[in-house]
Ligand binder design. Structure first.
Ligand code: CS2
Length: 477
């Protein structure tokens, strides 16, 4: 394989941050090295490493899922180096050689190596992207102790991030004692608080009071909002990188040019100077995360199943579809923004920017990617808008439409009537919805999805049922 550094030095299209990789020390562990991490947090750290005193913030990238071991082996083979391509709506394209993940550990194969790394007092920060469903909390923020993965982890297995945090922090508490920050980077509201409550419940289930007390004293859990649309890298993209730079890079990623990271200023360990590379440290992340989750993520979620039902492949096609474009505007203006209420974020301008980002024809983000994991996404992204509008005494028509289209999508996928692949880690939870006799009834009363709405607003069940009939008439005849 061609040498990355040579490629970037020889080809002025491939930019590289100015630091000697050999001088970099690890200060961060990241759990869950998917495409999003490689296009987001790893990029910020890559920039930080090039600044004076930045060299102690190298990242140790950790895989925690056995099913990703093969993929991760390739990342190890590439020594954690890869090319990031970013594409602006006006067609401006950049290629960057990212080198911040200086060490790679496959935790699914070598869990003890992760524990030792976490015990190292030079590690100040553990970041995580393990998907919204990867925290195993129910609608009451209760850890799903009956879930087989969590159950096994309480007994000593290594399925979830909790098992890794438990084992690593245990050694750290017994050896170095140094404080540490656990920074959740998944799209969950109050994500830091959720990670904290999940971990504390896990420690309670392990009956490890000593470690729980240590965590209370020595660990902080800031909230954060992360943003960059990161499509799944296509084969065409991999081929492009190969042709351009003579690199066989199977870990290359692509994303839009926009990037944002807002972090609550609450570090127990040393705080990296990420503000020097445009990370926003704030006292309250909530207004930023609410705006992002309810406009961007919910916008994606409410449109994508309709786009799939219409047979569209790319998300920007949905934004060019007259009906869906209008739907997005209506959903934002009638439901999402009114439910958000007062905000320090200028919500109208924010939504305009999101509309432009969604319309970027150069990123090739797929409807299929955004359809993934609907069961975990609706309660996080969409439920607050649903509830907020009912609370204002109105009917959230556009939100109901988005939900109804998801239901119809589930049915058609189940009947094998849609081309698109549905990647749904919670497939089991959807089975009752596909039952002809009472599928709709089960769906409209599901408390994981709709929280208190069915009981507090009895009309909801009828409204959603009607919206489902309409969607079925349109798409499922
Ligand atoms: C998308 C996100 O799949 C989804 O739910 O809304 O992956 C979205 O692209 C990112 O959160 C953008 O930061």
């Amino acid at each position: 394989m061609a040498n990355y550094l040579q490629a970037s030095l020889n080809n002025d299209q491939l930019s590289v941050q100015d630091y000697l990789r050999g001088n970099i020390q690890a200060g961060v562990i990241h759990l869950g090295v998917g495409a999003f991490h490689r296009a987001h947090q790893a990029v910020y750290f890559d920039r930080l490493l090039a600044l004076p005193n930045g060299e102690k913030w190298g990242v140790i990238g950790v895989n925690i899922r056995p099913q990703d071991s093969e993929y991760f082996a390739q990342f190890i083979k590439q020594r954690g180096e890869y090319v990031l391509k970013t594409m602006a709506a006006d067609g401006t394209t950049e290629y960057q050689h990212i080198r911040s993940i200086i060490r790679q550990i496959d935790g699914a194969q070598e869990p003890q190596a992760v524990d030792l790394a976490m015990a190292d007092e030079n590690i100040q920060l553990v970041t995580s992207t393990v998907t919204e469903g990867g925290y195993y909390l129910d609608e009451n923020r209760t850890l799903m102790l009956d879930n087989p993965a969590i159950k096994a982890d309480v007994e000593g297995a290594r399925n979830t991030l909790y098992a890794f945090l438990y084992a690593g922090l245990k050694i750290r508490s017994e050896t170095s004692q140094a404080k540490i920050t656990l920074l959740c980077c998944d799209n969950l509201r109050h994500n830091g608080e959720l990670l904290e409550t999940g971990l504390m419940q896990f420690l309670a289930a392990k009956k490890d009071i000593k470690l729980a007390n240590w965590v209370k004293e020595n660990v902080s859990f800031p909230c954060s909002m992360v943003d960059r649309i990161t499509p799944k890298p296509s084969q065409q993209h991999i081929d492009d990188v190969h042709a351009r730079f003579a690199l066989t890079d199977e870990m290359t990623v692509m994303g839009e040019d926009f990037i944002q990271w807002v972090v609550e200023d609450k570090f127990a360990g040393e705080k990296p100077d990420l503000d020097l590379v445009d990370v926003q440290f704030v006292d309250q992340v909530a207004p930023f995360e609410e705006a992002k989750i309810r406009i961007l993520n919910a916008g994606h979620t409410c449109i994508t199943y309709q786009a799939a039902l219409k047979g569209l492949t790319y998300f920007d096609e949905a934004m060019r579809d007259v009906e869906l474009n209008q739907y997005f505007k209506d959903f934002i203006q009638q439901d999402a923004i009114p439910a958000l209420g007062e905000s320090i974020v200028d919500l109208t301008s924010y939504a305009d920017i999101i509309a432009q980002r969604f319309s970027n024809t150069n990123i090739g983000d797929t409807v299929e990617r955004i359809c993934t994991d609907g069961y975990a996404k609706f309660p996080i992204f969409v439920l607050p808008t649903l509830e907020g509008i009912y609370r204002q005494g109105r009917t959230p028509e556009k939100t109901l439409q988005g939900i109804a289209n998801w239901f119809t999508f589930i049915q058609l996928v189940n009947q094998g009537r849609l081309e698109v692949q549905y990647h749904e880690p919670n497939n089991v939870a959807l089975i009752p919805f596909t039952n002809d006799a009472d599928g709709i009834k089960t769906f409209v009363t599901d408390s994981f999805l709709w929280g208190r709405v069915p009981s507090e607003f009895p009309d909801f069940k009828m409204h959603l049922t009607q919206a489902i009939y309409q969607a079925q008439n349109k798409y499922a005849k």
